[in-house]
Design a binder for this molecule. Structure first.
Ligand SMILES: [Ca+2]
Ligand SMILES: [Ca+2]
Length: 175
């Protein structure tokens, strides 16, 4: 090997390595929070579970995802690369494969407890973090937070007129 070849290899090897690593990390993982629900409306105080699909593609096989590493959260702060370990998949298996968007590629569907995710009112995104093939990923999708549509919310509006009517009836009865 000539000296020039030697220099070329020592210069190019790190570049090739860097490009390879970048290429691996560049695989964007896409998720769909509440697949099939256009608005993805979530009540952060709900006691329910939120379905999240990690979408497979021709360059991303969801079988490579290590389900034990999955977690769901509101977008982590700057510098954070993952969700922490608060909201883990509800099911012991971590999730199951299904083609939720009918594109011919298997997706990984998992469910997370809403209360564990610590979403806040006003959040516009929710994220999933995990790893596949030794690469960590953090992927987010648009959501909309909505107040509880239970009875508590409507009572705040209904109670004053109801009280007024009751007092009025009593007054009439006393006359
Ligand atoms: Ca969605
Ligand atoms: Ca799919």
């Amino acid at each position: 090997m000539t000296r020039i070849q030697h220099i070329l290899i020592s210069v190019l090897a790190p570049v090739v390595l860097l490009l390879t690593v970048t290429a691996v990390q560049a695989t964007d993982v896409s998720i769909d929070v509440m697949p099939g629900d256009e608005t993805s409306s979530i009540d952060p105080l709900s006691r329910g579970v939120i379905p999240v699909a990690i979408l497979g593609s021709d360059s991303f096989d969801v079988e490579d995802v290590v389900v034990e590493t999955l977690a769901f959260c509101s977008p982590p702060g700057t510098g954070a690369t993952g969700c922490g370990r608060q909201a883990l998949p509800v099911h012991r298996m971590g999730g199951h494969e299904a083609d939720v968007n009918d594109d011919g590629y298997m997706d990984l569907l998992s469910h997370y407890r809403t209360e564990d995710a610590e979403l806040a009112f006003g959040d516009t995104e929710a994220c999933v973090s995990g790893s596949y093939n030794g690469t960590t990923f953090l992927a987010c999708d648009d959501i909309k937070t909505v107040p509880a549509c239970g009875i508590g919310f409507e009572l705040a509006f209904l109670l004053p007129p109801l009280m007024w009517l009751r007092q009025r009836r009593r007054r009439i009865a006393f006359q």
